[in-house]
Write a protein that binds this ligand. Structure first.
Ligand code: GLA
Length: 703
């Protein structure tokens, strides 16, 4: 198999440039690495091994069906052993070996790990926490994002690599940095504080505007000169001015994005000069697990949406969170194919208890990502390290070598992905969307909120899980996105709601959509200032309710719900209640006891041609499912709770309408689904009903 880059014209336009939190609008046919199959491979760190091992690596990659390797991710100290002296000999040799073997390379810039000489030369470049702690260097991600020395040095090493390898035929993609924002994001050093002031000047223009937006009249915080404004470092009170902090979060996400685009642009200049402008450039993100970066804005700047996903090992049914991350990556990528840049063959080494994957689990995990639109599955890492911080992290080649179960499963997965080659470029279609935006996540997380139990991600997962268990495929969308293609839109948490987002939701429901909004949404504007006149200010008219007072519950408090659901529902609720008056909506459920006894708990409002539902509390999982079943009926969305919720069912559709049904059985029993076609993994044909053995996966090209 030859995986050379074709010198053909770019497949599509460059990624659109988005500012702020605008949703990515990218053609699915934008730049993609020129592979003739689904991508399969790993981060490869050959510098950890003597050269004799490299030839064996390449032979084993062949055996496993590997076709794409991410290379050089942490190699800065080797590539530039002293300031301005570059050594590329070893990288030339590795690239040569891989190319000869027909293995394509996703070449990284090593800027996530600053060399020791760099930190010794520029000690002030080390990042500073909000408490003033200067972080040390014996790890990775040790840099201040605003330090001119870091910016210059990272751009220089990226340029050196681009100059040398832009035309290399093995290089089919560029991998800038590694996981921006994880863990280094905010820096509170004087250089960062000065950059923050510049950012504020550009945002507000005048101190009057800033003082108004930040409500500095509270606690006498008025600023009379820009120099008085600091980074929002740890203050005597539990938290600083919340809008000050929110702006620092916006600023941080944008600053890190500048680092990425600076490297990307210098690489693009060289790939273009080499006649290879079509080679995609991206960076691997940790979507939804990295709170500090607004990935809607980020993904608009990358050619390929690329995610690193690691299971929360101890979480029951962690394959549902995996599905959420996969759906999220597809969504930020504009719906087209995306790349699973890292996951693990078995245990990781950084969680409190690193549970190993059991036989068949890696296969289910990897193929679940593919089911949800990934056109490839890569791991961290190729060969398990002997030493260093991550030596107990699983890999494609484990410490036990190729006589192991993991290796056999790695080879098996390579064969599966080869068999699934025809699914490339097909897309996963969703009828529902969940809204997720970073500003709301940031703002909700500040202190002085009505309850510590208000949790953005917890609500997102709860609503996603209820849809997942009912086999409803979902996208994620930014609140400003065009929602008209979705029958049902769910807002699990949107504390901060810009007026234009509220208008977008009104338009969606007016046009016939079904909207479900969970509590403590629509409360503040972009400055974290409350909408007056009763909660939930921005959404009050749309939801047809008026909330006079929040009634958060004690930690051990469970209240009962009553109303229009079939026995044994509704059940109970926790965390939150509200004093709701109906203003056009009808009560579907009411509080049977607790501080809001007798008041509406779940409401439904006919608005325009659609319906807006409001869930003012945190119902138990079964009651939430039943509420969503009712809303799905309004939306005419199939809500299937007959098929067992251990069976994951997802369809990818090709442009010629070919349908691929992924059926992943996470349960202990054989399961069946009504479908006809041929299992691409085994060649078995099914008519009418497809059975899926316990723990197994079928991908049926439907008849
Ligand atoms: C991250 C990094 C990798 C590695 C893995 C371990 O996602 O990108 O370099 O540290 O985690 O799980």
């Amino acid at each position: 198999m030859t995986l050379q880059v074709e010198q053909a014209a770019a497949a599509g336009p460059a990624a659109g440039v988005a500012t702020g939190s605008a949703a990515a609008q990218r053609s699915p046919a934008a730049r993609w690495p020129r592979l003739d199959a689904l991508a399969y491979g790993a981060d490869y760190n050959p510098e950890q091994w003597p050269e004799e091992v490299w030839a064996e690596d390449v032979a084993l990659m062949h055996e496993a069906g590997v076709n794409l390797i991410s290379l050089g991710i942490f190699s800065w100290a080797l590539l530039e052993p002293e300031p301005g002296r570059f050594e590329f000999g070893w990288l030339d040799r590795v690239l040569g070996l891989l190319h000869e073997a027909g293995i394509a390379v996703d070449l990284a810039t090593p800027t996530a790990s600053t060399p020791a000489w760099f930190l010794a030369q520029y000690p002030h470049v080390r990042p500073v926490t909000s408490e003033g702690v200067v972080l040390g260097g014996s790890a990775r991600q040790t840099y201040c994002p605003h330090a001119p020395e870091y910016r210059a040095a990272s751009r220089q090493i990226a340029e050196q690599l681009a100059m040398r390898y832009a035309a290399h035929p093995a290089v089919v993609m560029w991998h800038v940095h590694n996981e921006y924002g994880s863990p280094t994001a905010e820096c509170y050093c004087p250089v960062s504080a000065a950059a923050f002031r510049d950012w504020l000047r550009a945002r507000y223009g005048s101190l009057d505007a800033l003082n108004a937006a930040w409500t500095t009249s509270f606690w006498g915080q008025q600023y009379s000169a820009w120099e008085q404004i600091d980074a929002p470092r740890r203050a005597p009170m539990a938290d600083v001015n919340p809008t000050h902090r929110l702006d620092f979060q916006r600023f941080t996400s944008e600053s890190l994005l500048e680092l990425y685009t600076a490297e990307r642009d210098v690489i693009r200049a060289h790939t273009t000069a080499a006649g290879r402008a079509e080679v995609p450039i991206t960076t691997n993100l940790q979507l939804i697990n990295c709170k500090s970066l607004d990935f809607w804005a980020w993904s608009a700047q990358t050619d390929v949406a690329a995610n690193d996903h690691y299971l929360s090992a101890e979480r029951p049914d962690n394959h549902i969170e995996l599905a959420l991350c996969a759906d999220f990556t597809r969504s930020v990528g504009g719906g087209g194919p995306w790349l699973l840049m890292e996951h693990s063959t078995s245990a990781v080494s950084w969680q409190p208890r690193n549970l190993a994957k059991r036989p068949g689990e890696m296969r289910r995990n990897s193929l679940a990502h593919v089911a949800r639109g990934a056109d490839g599955a890569l791991f961290f890492q190729w060969r398990a390290s002997r030493g260093g911080g991550e030596k107990f992290h699983s890999a494609m080649v484990p410490h036990g070598g190729t006589g192991s179960r993991i290796w056999r499963e790695v080879v098996g997965l390579g064969a599966d992905l080869a068999a699934l080659r025809p699914v490339q470029c097909s897309t996963t279609v969703a009828e529902a969307a969940l809204l997720w935006d970073w500003e709301s996540w940031w703002a909700l997380g500040h202190t002085f909120r009505p309850s510590v139990d208000l949790d953005f991600k917890e609500r997102q997962l709860a609503y996603y899980e209820a849809l997942w268990r009912a086999h409803v495929s979902a996208d994620f969308a930014h609140p400003s996105a065009d929602l008209s293609r979705y029958r049902m839109v769910v807002v699990p948490q949107m504390y901060l709601c810009r007026e234009e987002w509220a208008e977008n939701l009104r338009q969606y429901v007016r046009g016939g959509g079904t909207l479900v909004v969970s509590y403590f949404s629509g409360i503040v504007d972009e400055d974290d200032s409350v909408y007056l006149g009763g909660y939930p200010g921005a959404l009050r008219d749309l939801l047809g309710v008026l909330v006079e007072e929040f009634l958060p519950l004690r930690a051990d408090w469970t209240v009962r719900l009553a109303g229009q659901l079939e026995e044994p529902y509704p059940g109970t609720a926790t965390v939150w209640a509200e004093d709701i008056e109906l203003r056009g909506a009808e009560a579907v459920l009411t509080y049977a006891d607790g501080p809001a006894e007798g008041k509406p708990a779940v409401t439904r409002h006919a608005f325009g041609n659609g319906h807006a539902w409001y869930v003012s509390t945190r119902p138990d999982a079964e009651t939430l499912r039943e509420i969503l079943r009712l809303a799905a009926a309004d939306a005419d969305v199939t809500f299937d709770t007959e098929t067992p919720d251990t069976l994951e069912l997802v369809r990818r559709k090709a442009s010629d309408e070919t349908s691929y049904l992924f059926a992943i059985n996470h349960g202990q029993q054989e399961a069946a689904v009504a479908a006809s076609g041929v299992d691409m993994l085994t060649g078995e044909a099914f008519i009418g009903s497809v059975h899926i053995p316990a723990g197994s996966v079928r991908v049926v090209r439907e008849a």
